[in-house]
Design a protein around this ligand. Structure first.
Ligand code: SAH
Ligand code: SF4
Length: 376
């Protein structure tokens, strides 16, 4: 058996690979890529079955205090008209998503310093009372105490990408944040009982196959419930406007390796995959090991203003028009929408508790003691 096929077979069989082996897999040619993706698809079918968990994405604020060099929402992008949805608008969008059959809503935003955590907690509590849905947050770095308040209000999951395994590359891309803090935040989130997701971008300027192989090993070692990765896409109003976009095939090989390294993880075919290939990005991700989609249900009037990267507008359909398209795609692929909330396969003892005062108080106390420990 040629070396590439032997390495793929070993990863498929054992769930393990060395950095060098992963570099070989990531560098695959056309035939090898097809074999790698097929192996990941077998692992996905065996571990996750044919269900694809659907997460309704609500981009509720485009304000951001950070200046990440790749992102269109960065603070210094003065050309962007910012918005923050009102609590009742967020709740209405969540209710509408639940009524379309979504069992999870993802509340995503920039790192919005003007976002009142008590108010967001109230929104989360309201969503959980309105409908039986899981709530995922993707709001960036906040204090352990804030995370605890939101968890206490009923948030089930949290997405916070490490973006890269290389602290040096992270420093070059983030003038105002530290890689260490990002990894620490993941630990805090997990200790608070969130189902925790992370991920990286693929094709960042300054990245190499070696960095990417290390990214895979880091993501494996973090024992994550969810792992979201996507190609880097340059945004014209950022310092990386002239950089090359991440390669879609490389991103698919990365997803395939992830599925085999972390068989039980929930892995989305991300929006960035679809932005790189509007016609087939999601389909190709789902055929490479992914088992989650995150359709955008943000009210149409805000979509253009949540301008993280170019080409994001590939899905500018109203939520009700888009849902049947998702169902058609899954049916064509012989897959089906997840029947439950699609909680983590890794920690089964997850809380689906609705918000309650007692829970909130206990979580805040836990958050305080965590923060205290972090400072030691
Ligand atoms: N502010 C929060 C959540 C919103 S950004 C946070 O930073 O965690 C969500 C993700 O979008 C980021 O983690 C990053 O991986 C991705 N992203 C930002 N700019 C991007 C770009 N130009 N191309 C591809 N992905 C990008
Ligand atoms: Fe803000 Fe997140 Fe974009 Fe960084 S990646 S600028 S934190 S929205």
């Amino acid at each position: 058996m040629p070396e590439f096929d032997a390495t793929t077979a070993s990863l498929e069989g054992t769930g393990r690979a060395t950095r060098r082996e992963l570099m070989t897999l990531l560098a695959a040619d056309g035939r090898q890529t097809r074999a790698l993706l097929a192996a990941a698809d077998r692992v996905r079918a065996a571990v996750a079955g044919d269900e694809v968990h659907l997460r309704a994405l609500i981009e509720f604020s485009s304000h951001c205090r950070r200046n990440c060099r790749y992102c269109g929402l960065r603070r210094d992008n003065g050309g962007l008209a910012r918005y923050r949805m009102r609590p009742e608008e967020i709740r209405a969008a969540a209710r509408a998503a639940a009524d379309l059959g979504y069992r999870t809503v993802v509340l995503q935003s920039g790192e919005d310093a003007g976002c009142d955590i008590r108010q967001l907690a109230h929104v989360i509590g309201g969503i959980k009372r309105d409908r039986e849905v899981a709530v995922t947050l993707a709001i960036g770095e906040r204090s352990a105490e804030d995370y605890a308040v939101l968890r206490g209000a009923g948030a089930d999951r949290f997405l916070l990408r490490v973006e890269t395994s290389s602290p040096a590359l992270y420093r070059r891309l983030h003038p105002d944040s530290e890689w260490r803090d990002r990894v620490r935040a993941l630990t805090v989130l997990r200790r608070l009982g969130y189902q925790t997701g992370s991920g990286v971008m693929i094709g960042l300027p300054g990245q190499s196959l070696r960095t990417l192989a290390d990214d895979l090993l880091l993501l494996q070692s973090l024992d994550l419930d969810m792992i979201g990765v996507g190609p880097f896409i340059p945004h014209p109003a950022t310092p990386l406007a002239g950089a090359r976009a991440g390669d879609l095939d490389l991103a698919l090989r990365f997803i395939a390796c992830l599925r085999m390294l972390c068989p039980a993880a929930l892995i989305p075919a991300t929006t960035a995959l679809a932005a790189r290939d509007p016609a087939r990005g999601w389909e190709r991700g789902l055929a490479a090991g992914a088992d989650v989609l995150m359709p955008n249900v943000t009210p149409l009037c805000y979509r253009a203003r949540y301008d993280i990267y170019a080409g994001k507008m590939w899905n500018s359909h109203a939520p009700a028009d888009f849902r049947p398209r998702v169902d058609d795609l899954l049916a064509r692929m012989g897959r089906r929408p997840g029947s439950g909330p699609g909680h983590s396969r890794i920690r089964r003892a997850v809380s689906t508790a609705r918000g309650s005062e007692g829970t909130a108080r206990a979580a805040v106390a836990r958050g305080r003691s965590l923060r205290w420990k972090e400072q030691m």
